[in-house]
Design a protein. Structure first.
Length: 451
């Protein structure tokens, strides 16, 4: 009745008698079935532990542009002014060179409407002054040359006079020597006549004639000495005249050179003032072209920072934000510092964008749904403010991946996984329990580290 023996109760008896209690008892085969299921599940778990698992590094970030020129930029005015009129609205698409804003002048030095004409007149006056200065310099150059030529002539004449005076001194010296010899001869003759007169050889008349001759010769000697002294004085005067000519020339030349230096200095100042006026003219022309603020490139006006008409803006002040059209979309992900050494440029990345539902199996990217593929393009060399490092990821869909959505906007949130090498699942569980970083099969190359 209870099926406790090896001989089973006939099924006919079971059918004929309604043994409800016996029917509610569990069959002895259920334990075996549970054991078989547990063994099966254990085998499945063991097999699963040896399945490949793709290690990855997760990070959060936002959509950005790959190149700086495609990122949102602020439009700034180059000069201070007052807003006269707005030519755009927020959200409007503008092309490069389109007028965004018109401003007017607020600096009093540029208020004169005829300022360019006034500056042209100043420039003409300075140029005329410069031409006059150049003429003066040319005249002084001619004067200096004439002084040098005149000096050569005067010096030659003075040197001739010096030589003539020297020759005259030599001649007078020779004459003086001759007169002195004649005087000595006269003295000798007088002495002989004196002796002859005492001896009665000569008469008193002859003696007196000879005495007169001595007096005449002595007078000639005195006259020749005076003449020699005069000649010597003329030689000294000639030499003094030569030195005086050189001194006068040096004085006149110094004055002419001083005038020329002053003229050259004034010409340099005039050149500098002419350059300043020309620079001012160019600055005024450029400044008048800056009264109109234009779009630097094609894009959308996102936000304006100044409002109304008549409001004053400073130099270099931001007036609006411009989002360039058709930017090269990229993603910036921020990862921990301990994970940066494991990432190299060119690593595959799986991305999940805000607004696009996705199912991501981080260890099996091949079975992910709704994610998009990318590739690490840039790894920052320094950390950001939050202590994490930024990665720039560019679109790089793999076979079977969908291209990045066209509706992506700069600033949208992104969650991404940088894919590393394959490891067994048991190793990944062990690594996660111990808090170890992911492992690589080989060390990153130096060229990849430096990117």
């Amino acid at each position: 009745m209870l099926n406790l023996s090896n001989q089973r109760v006939d099924e006919a008896l079971m059918t004929h008698y309604s043994l409800k209690t016996l029917r509610t008892l569990p069959e002895p085969n259920s334990g075996r079935r549970l054991g078989r299921w547990l063994i099966f599940l254990l085998l499945v778990v063991l097999v699963t532990l040896f399945l490949p698992w793709r290690q990855n590094i997760s990070g959060e970030g936002s959509v950005t542009a790959l190149t700086p020129r495609d990122r949102p930029q602020t439009v700034q005015n180059a000069i201070a002014g007052r807003i006269e009129s707005w030519k755009i609205q927020e959200g409007q698409f503008v092309k490069k060179g389109d007028t965004l804003l018109v401003i007017s002048e607020i600096k009093d030095e540029y208020f004169d409407p005829n300022l360019p004409q006034r500056l042209d007149e100043q420039l003409g006056a300075k140029q005329g002054s410069l031409e006059a200065t150049n003429a003066k310099i040319s005249a002084l150059d001619g004067q200096i040359q004439a002084l040098k030529t005149g000096l050569q002539v005067k010096l030659a004449s003075a040197r001739n006079k010096v030589r003539q005076a020297a020759f005259k001194v030599t001649s007078d010296s020779t004459d003086l020597v001759a007169e002195r010899n004649n005087y000595q001869i006269s003295l000798n003759r007088l002495d002989r006549y004196e002796k002859g007169y005492k001896n009665g050889l000569f008469s008193l008349t002859d003696l007196e004639s000879r005495r007169l001759k001595v007096q005449q010769d002595y007078a000639k000697v005195i006259a020749m000495e005076n003449k020699l002294n005069v000649s010597r004085q003329e030689l000294v005067n000639a030499r003094l005249d030569l030195n005086t000519i050189q001194a006068d020339f040096q004085e006149k030349l110094a004055k002419a050179l001083s005038d020329r230096s002053s003229a050259v200095s004034y010409r340099a100042e005039a050149d500098g003032e002419i350059s300043k006026i020309q620079n001012k003219i160019s600055s005024v022309d450029v400044r008048r072209g800056l009264y109109v603020v234009r779009a630097p490139q094609d894009g959308y006006v996102v936000r304006s920072y100044k409002f109304g008409i008549g409001e004053t803006i400073k130099e270099g002040e931001s007036i609006a934000t411009l989002q360039p059209a058709n930017p090269a979309i990229a993603v910036e992900l921020y990862v921990r510092a301990m994970d940066v050494p494991l990432i190299q440029s060119g690593r595959h990345v799986r991305l999940q964008f805000d607004g696009w539902p996705a199912i991501q199996f981080s260890g099996w990217p091949s079975v992910a749904v709704g994610t998009f593929g990318g590739e690490v393009a840039v790894i920052d060399a320094v950390s950001s403010v939050n202590g994490k490092y930024r990665l720039l990821v560019k679109p790089q869909p793999r076979k079977g991946d969908q291209p990045w959505p066209q509706q992506l906007r700069v600033g949208s949130g992104v969650y991404g996984w940088v894919m590393l090498d394959d490891v067994p699942i048991w190793y990944e569980i062990w690594r996660q329990l111990n808090g170890f970083p992911p492992s690589l099969q080989e060390e990153p190359k130096e060229s990849e580290k430096k990117k």
